[in-house]
Design a protein around this ligand. Structure first.
Ligand SMILES: [Zn+2]
Length: 260
């Protein structure tokens, strides 16, 4: 099988797993996913992204569109584009112009996550547990600290938080700025982006990592909500977070989880 086809197959499996109804990560057409084709493979310089009007839980290979990375990333550097102009530009970037499927409205965001944040697979979902938090008055305060070691092992030392932004190009730019701020502070891009009044983005090196991050993020948000029944979150100290993040045995655990 060609490289582009094997990446697509892995992306389909990841998307269907994220879309399983009992996981409560998405309903209907919510969420979108993407994956980078190998630089050395036949799809070099391209990525797969979910098409508009498809559902994660039931998606198959025909639900994805292969798009060229560079022209899509370049859209973020241009001035404002109308919805129609953005749609036309994404159409133009498709590897197969005959494919009738329209790339997701969040295609630019996915391109920037793959090109700038070092991800190879990206999963964007709207989990109930996560949005209970991102849609709350106290979201930023509640996200200010870490709660338990496995959260840090899987999701990194901190999520990036993006204030509510109009979907499409403005959101893609706001998320890219958040990648850069996070890298300046922590020395590496984030694994988790929390978008206010919107949802979660999990950035992974593999489909397994995206799935693990999404699951751990939901668990963290559930625990966080629970802490408010007992006086509010007791955050770990900065030293403790740093220790977990840099411990050799935690690096080993990451490796075992297939995320390092
Ligand atoms: Zn969304």
């Amino acid at each position: 099988m060609s490289n582009a086809q094997s990446v697509l197959e892995a992306l389909v499996a990841m998307s269907r797993a994220l879309g399983r109804p009992e996981r409560d990560l998405v309903i209907l057409g919510e969420g979108n996913t993407s994956a980078l084709c190998d630089e050395a493979g036949d799809g070099a310089g391209t990525f797969w992204v979910k098409g508009s009007g498809t559902q994660l839980g039931t998606i198959d290979a025909s639900g994805f569109v292969q798009v060229r990375l560079a022209p899509v990333c370049a859209l973020a550097e241009k001035g404002e584009l109308s919805d129609a102009a953005l749609k036309a530009a994404l159409q133009e970037a498709k590897v197969d112009p005959a494919n009738a499927r329209q790339p997701s409205v969040e295609t630019v965001l996915h391109a920037l996550a793959l090109a700038e944040a070092g991800a190879r697979f990206v999963g964007h979902t709207h989990p109930v547990a996560v949005n209970a938090l991102t849609c709350s008055q106290g979201a930023e305060r509640a996200l200010a600290g870490r709660l338990f070691p496995d959260e840090i092992v899987v999701c990194g030392p901190a999520p990036a938080f993006v204030p509510y932004t109009d979907p499409g190009l403005p959101l893609a730019r706001a998320v890219r700025d958040a990648f850069r701020r996070h890298a300046d502070t922590f020395g590496a891009p984030p694994k988790v982006i929390m978008m206010q009044n919107h949802g979660l983005i999990a950035l992974g090196d593999s489909p397994k990592e995206v799935d693990n991050i999404s699951a751990m993020c939901v668990k963290t948000c559930r625990i966080l909500a629970g802490t408010y029944a007992f006086g509010g979150p007791l955050f770990m100290t900065e030293e403790a977070v740093d220790r977990i993040h840099t411990r050799p045995d935690e690096a080993y655990r990451r490796k075992q989880l297939g995320i390092a």
